[in-house]
Design a protein around this ligand. Structure first.
Ligand code: DNO
Length: 348
């Protein structure tokens, strides 16, 4: 595996120089955060980001993410032009040799939580989700009450989007995803870029919006939509692990054997009730995900791509972007490397 770390670009309070000091970490996962959704990413802009990463003696391993415009997910007429822009961005990645693109196809909201500072017994805080708390959130005045999304949408804009999605059920969303992939995957293939869809987080519908990338059957359906190695998956243990129906090692083995896992997000969560969980420290003993077995499955399948720790807790008084402090993610990536080294050396 290529131990990697997410970096939110030059405005990230965690400098690349710190990431460089985490033993073993070589890959950086980043994006152009100031390009409006739907605009093409120009090679020059992405090249500048790549240069900054390489100046720190790290390598640009993954673009996470190029956001998919809602008009593509909704299947609106504007999608053809937007997909063209998306292809331009993918070509820019290819020209610069950035090999993996993590993206998602979640309507309106990307990852969603109901508490960004859930207190754990050791005094640390972590992100948490409770379906009952979500049901109590009133979106009629916009996203103000939704943790992490406060400034995302005003009331009018959000209501219009939610209304538009009433015509898009899960099957229609699958159709729109297929339409998108049929046009982008061949371009990615040509450009030497592997697409890696991120599972829906949490892996069930929220606010009446469909969510389709949720389980083993969905991931297999996804890779069959366009049968190309460039059409793959980000194996996110925290997202998929929130649903007790998901047998993560079995899923990693199956998709890994198909050669369709191009990137892994490895973190832990603890399921505390139906559609209720909180995030934890990375080790298997801290939560419901058996990370040793997941990594074993990835390794057995010959996976050699980038892996990053995912959301960390806030510990040691750190403050910052929820889920993306330095300390707990650094502990996480060390743990993942320890497991990997043990797996690797026990085979010799
Ligand atoms: C959350 C991340 C996601 C991910 C997107 C990919 O922390 O894992 O926001 O970047 O879903 O498009």
């Amino acid at each position: 595996m290529i131990p990697s770390f997410r970096w939110f670009g030059p405005t990230d309070p965690i400098p690349l120089a710190y990431i460089r000091q985490i033993p073993g970490v070589r890959g950086v996962v980043s994006a152009l955060y100031d390009v409006p959704v739907g605009d093409p990413w120009r090679r020059e802009r992405l090249g500048t980001l790549k240069g900054q990463i390489e100046d720190a003696e790290l390598c640009f391993a993954v673009v996470e993410s190029i956001p998919v415009h809602e008009d593509i997910k909704l299947g609106r007429p504007a999608r053809d032009r937007l997909i063209e822009h998306y292809c331009t961005s993918v070509r820019s990645m290819g020209e610069l040799g950035v090999p993996v693109l993590c993206y998602n196809f979640m309507p309106v909201f990307d990852w969603t939580r109901t508490d960004l500072a859930h207190r754990l017994p050791d005094g640390s805080t972590a992100l948490a989700y409770d379906d009952r708390a979500l049901a109590a959130i009133d979106l009629s005045r916009g996203t103000g009450e939704l943790p992490g999304w406060a400034a995302a949408y005003g009331a009018g804009e959000l209501q219009a989007l939610l209304a538009a999605y009433r015509a898009v059920d899960a099957e229609r969303l699958w159709d729109n995803l297929a339409y998108f992939l049929e046009r982008v995957v061949p371009v990615a293939d040509q450009a030497g870029v592997r697409m890696a869809i991120h599972p829906d987080d949490p892996p069930w519908p929220i606010f009446g919006l469909p969510r389709i990338i949720t389980n083993a059957a969905a991931l297999e359906r996804l890779v069959a939509l366009v049968d190309s190695p460039a059409n793959g998956v980000t194996f996110c243990t925290g997202s998929l692990g929130a649903s007790p129906e998901n047998d993560l090692p079995a899923m990693a083995r199956r998709l890994g054997d198909l050669g369709r896992i191009h990137f892994a997000h490895c973190r832990n969560i603890r399921i505390t009730g139906p559609r209720r969980f909180h995030e934890t420290a990375h080790p298997s003993a801290s939560g419901s995900v058996d990370l040793l077995q997941v990594l074993r499955a990835l390794r057995d399948a010959g996976f050699a791509g980038p892996v990053r720790p995912d959301h960390g807790r806030m510990i040691w008084g750190e403050t910052g972007r929820p889920g993306y402090g330095l300390y707990d993610r650094a502990l996480g990536v060390m743990y993942l490397q320890g497991l990997w080294e043990a797996l690797e050396r026990s085979e010799r």
